[in-house]
Design a protein around this ligand. Structure first.
Ligand SMILES: [Fe+2]
Length: 239
């Protein structure tokens, strides 16, 4: 079994980024735009970032992936169905070996069509905005699909063993979710309200109600993160 280092870096906004590695090489998942802290975090230990993943096109913050690519000279990885307009390395649903780790890519659409979750060494799963602690990813930001989310949760993530640790893309009050920074598949199976009824129709009904306010400017974040507009050119009117 490989050594596994999972460094969770949570911004004040509750957005979580992750550095994962087994030695001096790391992959970075869902970086925010203030990328210096990720570079410093690996450089302090004499390490380097060899790849950067976006689990999906984010709708509530600017992705730092293209900045990391410039600074670290590494590829950007996204699911092959990603709509972004800049060059990236297309992920398929299969196992990759990177940074001395087995990384199984799971295509988990629902919150967004191109969403991937990353199962690392069969011990840790980075679930992005598909599965949160005691919540699931919203489907009301224009690109979501409750039917697909149902399959991603019940046919993929909940097929994992109970002891797999869950690290989500968002935590805490700012995102109207629990403050816990991680969970396990077993705990979510038992306690996550969205997962308690296993019937598809019930789940889809559950997903139509009770959403918090949409993130401000979410359409602008999507445009910038797709490479359609530069950060400085985004029009930030009230969402
Ligand atoms: Fe998201």
């Amino acid at each position: 079994m490989n050594r596994l280092v999972t460094r969770q870096m949570i911004a004040d906004s509750g957005c979580s980024s992750y550095l994962i590695g087994s030695g001096k090489e790391f992959v970075l998942v869902d970086p925010l735009i203030d990328v210096e802290r990720f570079m410093k975090s690996v450089q302090l230990d004499g390490g380097k970032i060899i790849g950067v993943f976006d689990t999906h096109v984010h709708a509530d913050h600017f992705s730092g992936s293209r900045e990391i690519q410039k600074l670290a000279g590494c590829p950007i990885y996204m699911h092959e169905s990603s709509p972004v307009k800049f060059p990236f390395t297309r992920l398929e649903e299969k196992q990759y070996n990177m940074a001395g780790l087995k990384i199984q890519v799971l295509h988990t659409p629902g919150h967004a069509p191109e969403h991937v979750s990353l199962l690392v060494e069969d011990r840790v799963v980075l679930t992005g905005d598909t599965l949160l602690v005691r919540d699931v990813g919203r489907v009301d930001l224009g690109r979501g699909d409750a039917n697909q989310l149902y399959d991603s949760l019940f046919s993929k993530l909940l097929k994992l063993p109970d002891n797999v640790e869950v690290f989500p893309g968002h935590v805490g009050k700012a995102h109207f979710v629990a403050g816990d920074t991680s969970s396990t598949i077993g705990a979510e199976r038992r306690t996550n309200p969205a997962l308690q009824s296993k019937a598809r129709e019930d789940f889809i009904q559950y997903m139509t109600e009770g959403w918090p306010p949409k993130p401000a400017h979410y359409e602008q974040y999507i445009k910038v993160n797709c490479g359609l507009t530069e950060v400085g050119e985004a029009q930030f009117q009230r969402a």
